[in-house]
Design a protein around this ligand. Structure first.
Ligand code: PLP
Length: 461
């Protein structure tokens, strides 16, 4: 009989995270202070993050122990199952073997709790009482709400307004776990007020919501800010995914030729891909593909430059692919992929050719999601559908080439709270959003005068 699922026992749960900073082919350029333009030191970040996470952010140790308390919480859903997508393979008549790692089995429905639990834990140890954050699609906000409930911390979430209205059930999940969630831009912060003064109908963006959450952390008592993606320590926590995949594929007797993950700030992609990227840096031949929306083409059209992580310019300048901190992407349903920047580690690996990037249009992603649901059963989050679409493209390419490639996709989350998006697709109400060059140029003008990284690359526009 065909083996559909590859399980690992709890005893095989990785005890350490993998830190790609130990193996980067080119050293990373430092984040810069938003005021002075000088490299930021730990003390600059201390008002925002606890020191134990700042230490992790800059650590170059290859493996970092996962504390026992985090492991205990991980066992609620980890190790997650890996599936062989036989039905999709047969439907596509591809010789490729398609594996997908199911991160949708966490209580919050995605990979996000892997870092939410870790960040809540380190904050608790450091004495934080309240964590503030932003959320796009609501997956991150719900993951952090759950993590804060486990660790006895207060949680405040600024949710991008368009998603707040599209996804009322995500908001209710956060409230169920005890968090307080408001639509961003809100009137609660100076950042939110300034955006609303310019545009009362602003649909919000991750950049704006980050500004609000950072302001709330810096001005609140015993409060710290938590980011669900982009930063080195977030990528680190997510590598538990790829480390499990390595064990599971070994059990199946396979090794991936292609690895695929969707990219918002990059954490699910990094989590799955980085342990394998290490193998690639050491000589393995793997095609590692980061997938983004055509309407938010950070990696495929944005320059590699210094830019702020948020819209109101409160965060350090990070060396990354960016569309400009003022860029407000079209209101596509993959709210978690509507971010102007990208993880600096992923941006650097892209420059070094360790990974590559592709952009896919919204309608293709939903078509892929429907195909996946009708063959494999699972209904994917709109973000995840970007990876599914790319997986289908690669499986069809393998068919054309007549190659039995092994494809590994990180299935980052389920879409059971995203059915309004599926309804819009099924009723023919969704469209693709072409992005005019002028719009990118306008947003990029705002970063023209910022310092440039040594490896500055103009975007492909
Ligand atoms: C299910 C899912 N996948 C992917 C993403 C993209 O984020 P990241 O690139 O950090 O994995 C999100 C973000 O909200 C998400 O909810």
């Amino acid at each position: 009989m065909e083996v559909k699922k590859i399980f690992l026992p709890e005893s095989e749960l990785p005890r350490q995270w993998y830190n790609i900073l130990a193996d980067m082919p080119t050293p990373m350029e430092p984040p810069l202070h938003p005021g002075t333009g000088q490299p930021v030191g730990p003390e600059d970040l201390a008002p925002i993050f606890p020191m134990n996470l700042i230490e992790q952010e800059v650590s170059t140790e290859r493996f970092i122990d996962i504390p026992e308390e985090i492991l205990k919480i991980y066992t609620i859903w980890r190790p997650t199952p890996m599936y062989r997508a036989y039905n999709l393979e047969r439907y596509l008549k591809t010789p490729a073997k398609i594996y997908f790692k199911n991160e949708g089995v966490s209580p919050a429905g995605s990979h996000k709790p892997n870092t939410a639990v870790a960040q809540a834990y380190y904050n608790k140890v450091a004495g934080t009482k309240r964590i503030t954050t932003e959320t796009g699609a609501g997956q991150w906000g719900s993951a952090l709400s759950m993590a804060c409930a486990f660790l006895g911390l207060e949680c405040k979430v600024y949710m991008v307004k368009i998603s707040f209205n599209q996804k009322p059930y995500r908001r209710l999940m956060m409230e169920t776990w005890g968090a307080n969630c408001v639509a961003s831009p809100s009137t609660e912060t100076k950042a939110g007020q300034s955006i609303l003064a310019q545009n009362p109908d602003s649909p919000g963006s991750l950049g704006i919501a980050i500004s609000e959450a950072v302001e709330a952390a810096v001005t609140g008592q015993d409060s710290k800010y938590s980011l669900g993606s982009v930063l080195n320590h977030v990528m680190l926590h997510q590598t538990v995914v790829g480390l499990e995949c390595q064990k599971q594929l070994a059990l199946a007797g396979d090794y991936p030729d292609v690895i695929i993950g969707c990219c918002g700030g990059g954490s699910n992609f990094a989590g799955c891909a980085f342990p394998f990227a290490r193998d690639k840096i050491n000589g393995k031949d793997i095609d590692i593909i980061a997938v983004e929306p055509l309407s938010c083409p950070t990696m495929t059209r944005g320059p590699f430059a210094y830019d702020f992580g948020d819209t109101v310019k409160m965060t350090p300048l990070m060396p990354m692919h960016t569309l400009g901190h003022g860029f407000v992407p079209a209101p596509i349903h993959a709210g978690g992929l509507r971010y102007h920047g990208m993880a600096p580690t992923i941006s650097q690996l892209l420059l070094d050719g360790v990974i590559r990037a592709e952009a896919v249009p919204q309608l293709e992603t939903f078509q892929a999601g429907i195909t996946f649901a009708r063959t494999e059963g699972f209904i994917s989050a709109p973000e995840t559908n970007h990876a599914v679409a790319m997986t289908i493209r690669e499986a069809l390419k393998a068919k054309e080439e007549g190659k039995e490639k092994v494809i590994l996709m990180n299935w980052s989350g389920h879409g059971l709270v995203d059915m309004a998006a599926y309804e819009a697709y099924l009723r023919g109400k969704l469209s693709d959003h072409a992005l005019p060059e002028e719009e990118i140029h306008r947003a990029l003008n705002e970063i023209a005068d910022l310092p440039k990284p040594k490896q500055y690359r103009p975007g492909a526009i």
